[in-house]
Design a binder for this molecule. Structure first.
Ligand code: ADP
Ligand code: MG
Length: 321
């Protein structure tokens, strides 16, 4: 199968590549053409996933397709953007039809959930890696950035933390578990749901936001730095799922604080919006607040400061990875 036949069969013909609002021209020409609505800015983000680094190889291509798109679209959610389209640069060791079929199905499944269309890409031969660029739109000037948290704001997250980190030993075959709780954690790893509706609701309400990809502590550190505030995190307020508590045991808190791959939103907002937040997003949880100062403070149930385990995944970090 040649390159063009591969592109046509698995990508141009996929459900996710069909006509969509905001896409003037999709796969097949030198560029795709996107048309943001009048008065909207374009939000753009790129993520690369490398086999053996960001996902185990071999793995189920359907799950990989879902996950690759979800982690990219999560960046649109974090800015409060509405998805328009995405491109896929795919490097493959070989053209394996069952693999491509499963991958394209997973991609289309997540694309349907996120209402985003595949509009182009590139296909090359080499060690398996995927680069996805996502494009979204949001009203000019209303993007949720990391800078803007003010002392007194509440610090919130969009749902349970640490689930994907707790799934990692299962994904890597280092831990064996079956049943509903294992299934839940694996689902949180392979098919995280980008919090698009929450992100759009937070426009004009949250003072700062991001999506948690490298771990709560590392990512809240980014908000603290960009906003020039200190963020206090109450250890006992962290939302831990029942599955996490059961399967991770005493590692549960570490997973929630430092584990990556959550793709929940973390955001700060003025307390005046709390009743509306809780009414609209019951799974969102207040985990602390912004105060004058800098950096992160982890507090125990009595409000005493604990030493946070300084962690979060960094590719060129000092932890030897
Ligand atoms: P060019 O030679 O202009 O760079 P290509 O031959 O690489 O174009 O690709 C042909 C068309 O197919 C382009 O519209 C491109 O965006 C699209 N395309 C290539 N690979 C993929 C892919 N993996 N997924 C989606 N679209 C793709
Ligand atoms: Mg060209």
């Amino acid at each position: 199968m040649g390159e063009f036949e591969l592109i046509r069969r698995y990508f141009a013909a996929a459900p996710c590549a069909q006509a969509a609002e905001g896409v003037v021209l999709g796969i097949g020409d030198d560029c795709a053409l996107l048309q943001p609505a009048v008065g909207q800015q374009l939000a753009v983000s790129t993520d690369t996933l490398v086999a053996g680094v960001h996902f185990p190889q071999p793995c189920d291509p359907f799950l990989l397709g879902q996950r690759a798109l979800a982690v990219s679209v999560s960046d649109l959610a974090a800015m409060g953007a509405e998805p328009l389209g995405f491109t896929l640069a795919l490097t493959l060791p070989e053209a394996d039809p069952p693999w491509l079929e499963g991958f394209a199905r997973g991609l289309s499944q997540m694309a349907a959930q996120c209402a985003i269309a595949l509009v182009g890409g590139d296909t090359t031969r080499g060690p398996l890696s995927l680069t996805l660029s996502v494009f979204g739109q949001l009203p000019a000037g209303q993007a949720l950035t990391r800078a803007g948290a003010r002392p007194g704001d509440l610090l919130c997250v969009g749902g349970s933390l640490g689930d994907a980190a707790a799934a990692l030993p299962l994904v890597l075959g280092q831990q064996v578990a079956a049943g509903a709780e294992a299934d839940y954690l694996l689902q949180r790893y392979w098919a995280p749901q980008p919090q698009l509706a929450l992100g759009q609701w937070l426009r004009g309400r949250a003072s700062a936001a991001l999506d948690i990809s490298d771990g709560l502590l590392a990512d809240c550190g980014h908000i603290a730095k960009a906003s020039a505030v200190a963020l206090q995190i109450e250890r006992d307020s962290l939302p831990l799922s029942a599955a996490l508590r059961t399967l991770a045991g005493e590692r549960a808190l570490d997973c929630a604080l430092s584990g990556g791959d959550d793709y929940r939103l973390a955001f700060t907002l003025s307390a005046q919006y709390l009743p509306a937040l809780q009414a609209q997003w019951p799974e969102a949880v207040v985990i602390g607040r912004a105060v004058a100062g800098q950096g992160l403070q982890l507090l125990d149930g009595a409000g005493r400061r604990l030493d946070p385990p300084s962690a979060g995944y960094q590719h060129f970090g000092s932890r030897g990875d």
